[in-house]
Design a protein around this ligand. Sequence first.
Ligand code: FMN
Length: 316
Amino acid sequence: MTITLAPMEGVVDVYMRDMLTRISGFDLCVTEFVRVSQVVAPKEWFFKYCPELAYGSRTHAGVPVHLQLMGGEASVMADNAAFAAELGAPGIDLNFGCPAKTVNRHMAGAALLQWPEKLFEICSAVKKSLPDDVPLSAKMRLGFEEKSLALENAKALEDAGAEKLTVHARTKLEGYKAPAHWEWIAKICEVVDIPVVANGEIWTPQDAIKCREISGCQDIMIGRGAIARPSLAREIKGGEFAQWPEMLEWLEIYCHMMQNTKRQKWGEGRMKQWIKLLGRTYPEAKDLFNRIKLVKDPAAIDAMVRSEVREVGLCA
Ligand SMILES: Cc1cc2nc3c(=O)[nH]c(=O)nc-3n(C[C@H](O)[C@H](O)[C@H](O)COP(=O)(O)O)c2cc1C
């Protein structure tokens, strides 16, 4: 079984990948999408989304990071993929799931699920542009507004040369609303021969078992559940749940990194975002969030987290 950390724009960046892969359980990460429109993006752009390119495209814990591209123009996607591979990306993933209106209006992301032939065109152009040792994967939703093309889309991606397919088991219209339709992943598995990765609504180890049972997939991808419960992948593989004192130590490292970034406001936002999401699992994080939510200075938030670590340490 492999567990992939889901790409999440504005959430899973180099810092979050670092933290979650250190907490362990993940076998692979995928970057936030790099938006491709008319030209080959400059080198800096790829390094912005995937700073790990500078050190072997792995997180500090050694987990490989594949680079995700999103766009609707086959030849430009192919050129960008080839350039990303040249820069050292160990794998390319194609985004056919983004529900954002601006993206969909420009015929990219989930909008493309309305035309299997377009998926085929993009995916095969990218495949042709990549060296043999750089695998190509694709990530799709079940459809745009309904699911009637789900199987055809999956087949188109396989026929075009995708070596792996991640299925986020919802349509664009269903957004992020539960449930995820894991039974549809099973239908997709029946029509393709490439490995399929099941994704959507895995929040607990029990969800992972159920998802694997219903979808028939060994491999899973986890997004929001990994942010809210950072030891989830580790637990699914038989490891321990991270109790609050352990979680707080990770949070201390993270807040320290955020406090030291050049963009203060951004660092403040990221600290608050993670602490808020941790509130889904840890009542202590809810309490901490209520205390920091109005604090604007990242150094002050960092100090509050550190004092919490000392307090919990003294209680233990
Ligand atoms: C804030 C946010 C940002 C996301 N960004 C991306 C992205 O850049 N690329 C992508 O393929 N999917 C993206 N997704 C979708 C996730 O990768 C995943 O498919 C989805 O959240 C369902 O999995 P989950 O229920 O485990 O969260 C994003 C989801 C969220 C909530």
